[in-house]
Design a protein around this ligand. Sequence first.
Ligand code: FES
Length: 157
Amino acid sequence: MGDSIEDFVQELQNRITEEIKEAYGEIAYERWLNPPNRGALPAPDGHAVLRGVCGDTMEIFLQFENDRVSNASFQTDGCGASIVCGSFAAEMALGKSPDELLEITGESIMESLGKLPKNDAHCAFLAAETLHEALNDYMIKETRKSKPTPGDSTSNS
Ligand code: FES
């Protein structure tokens, strides 16, 4: 009796796994199980948190060296698709300049993971939008750094 319940549960799990793989593809499935670049970065140069229309939040952290992304990560309280999309967005950001970061879009994230059900497309767009907001945060901080502050005696202007 015990065995048949275990067999039933195992069979159910296998079926669910196969359905997820079928819907999202092997690449997204593997990444969902073990998403690289997950977690907060200490002292990020660029950071943003956005809430999607679904109510989930996406958070992106960027560190820069010589105006290129040296480290990137994500956090989300969202669905499996948002985990996969956040992970891809962070990975795609590595090594990119600000201009190149703007080329990372919801479409390019969806292309990278190969397959995403239409209903989950907004997860990819949320990840891209959050990435662009984190870049915006970085650009604002960089602009402030280069602007002379009032009363700065080292300023020539
Ligand atoms: Fe909200 Fe995926 S359903 S981000």
